[in-house]
Ligand binder design. Structure first.
Ligand SMILES: Nc1nc2c(ncn2[C@@H]2O[C@H](COP(=O)(O)OP(=O)(O)OP(=O)(O)O)[C@@H](O)[C@H]2O)c(=O)[nH]1
Length: 348
């Protein structure tokens, strides 16, 4: 008889730590002699997160769009193909940071009607410092999207607690509890959590309960059950409409290596509207190639040795920034004029 393959969705806003968690889960399943498969979804044209995944792990890539909307039909198809071709023991879907998880839940549960998959859990990773900042401002499409990702979770990882004080961590913990009364909240740095605890805590009854009830939205929300339900529904509609309207990505393909010091200076001067960037780079003043990561003013360079042909490329994600300005600056770093093509601009 065909067995049912458990599916886990990793959700969380851009740069919160989903890929960091994915690597930990893959390592755990490998040590358990299990065969995981991954569905990777990226807003940009390139799957940077997949570069570091062991080649033995079957991976489906959905690039240049979001599985909660434009690529939603593709998600069902990819899940089906993975099940039929690879017969994995478990499947993890890493959503883009701009994805509305409710749409992905719908998609996976629909797929389970005709394929041997079963949604087991939705793990939302939260950047403690970023949520705190948005919570204090109490506005914006990113804030509402983050709320939705938190409300739909069966387990919440309160990540990046190294970037907040213990008092602030306590405050964010309270916000999570207010928005999601059911999910276990696990504080972490670099998603260092016991995977067993994480997986055992996730089961789909948790988010069925959540989506049918109405947790308190914020301090100003109505306290009647009716008012709360209404507030929740209004938010969902807003998010569906706005989730991708406000997020844009610019992908830049490099033709020449660049100077590392100049690149770091460029990164320091990135407009605040660019909140996430990642790329594979070759520098002309240092040997080797690097996986570059940038999230909310923190950057990271990891020396890598990519298998196969991987071009130098970087994606910049944010809201309302000028991709033309970024392109000009990057071309200058490369020692190229301003007229050559070689970049892709995408509005999501
Ligand atoms: N300071 C700090 N940095 C972290 C922590 N966890 C992850 N990071 C860093 O944050 C950056 C983003 O982490 P990822 O795991 O790629 O985040 P993501 O959610 O997959 O990002 P997207 O796929 O772009 O949405 C990387 O540079 C990580 O090394 C943490 O707990 N503390």
């Amino acid at each position: 008889m065909d067995r049912t393959i458990p599916v886990y969705i990793l959700s969380g806003f851009l740069g919160s730590g989903k890929t960091t968690l994915l690597y930990r889960l893959l390592e755990y399943w490998k040590n358990e002699d299990m065969r995981p498969a991954v569905v990777m979804n990226e807003l940009g044209e390139v799957n940077f997160d997949g570069i570091m995944v062991d080649k033995s792990v079957p991976m489906a890539e959905l690039l240049g769009g979001c599985i909660c909307c434009s690529a939603s039909a593709d998600l069902s198809m990819e899940l089906n193909t993975l099940v039929k071709k690879e017969s994995p023991d478990v499947i993890v879907i890493e959503a883009t940071g701009a994805a509305n998880p409710l749409d992905i839940i719908d998609n996976v549960t629909e797929t389970s009607l005709y394929s041997n998959v079963e949604l087991k859990g939705l793990i939302t990773v939260v950047d403690a410092a970023h949520l705190l900042q948005l919570y204090r401002e109490q506005k914006g499409a990113s804030y509402r999207l983050m709320q939705e990702q938190i409300r739909s979770a069966s387990v919440l990882i309160l990540n990046k607690t190294d970037r907040v004080s213990p008092e602030e961590a306590e405050e964010v913990n309270g916000v999570l509890r207010k928005w999601n009364a059911f999910a276990e909240i696990i504080p972490a740095v670099r998603c260092e959590v016991d995977p067993e605890r994480l997986i055992n805590r996730t089961d789909n009854s948790a988010f069925v309960e959540i989506s049918e009830s109405a947790p308190e939205t914020d301090a100003s929300a109505s306290t009647t059950m009716e008012g709360l339900t209404e507030a929740l529904e209004t938010d969902v509609i807003d998010i569906n409409r706005a989730a991708h309207d406000h997020v844009m990505a610019y992908t830049h393909f490099f033709k020449n290596p660049i100077n590392s010091v100049e690149f770091e200076a460029f990164i320091k001067e990135l407009p605040a509207d660019v909140y996430r960037a990642k790329g594979v780079l070759t520098f002309n003043d240092t040997s080797g190639r690097f996986l570059f990561q940038y999230a909310y003013r923190e950057s990271d360079f990891l020396k890598i040795n990519p298998q196969g042909e991987v071009t130098d490329v970087a994606v910049f994600i944010g809201e309302h920034f000028s991709s033309g300005d970024l392109r000009k600056k990057l071309l200058k770093l490369e020692g190229r004029g301003f007229t050559l093509p070689g970049s892709v601009k995408r509005s999501l």
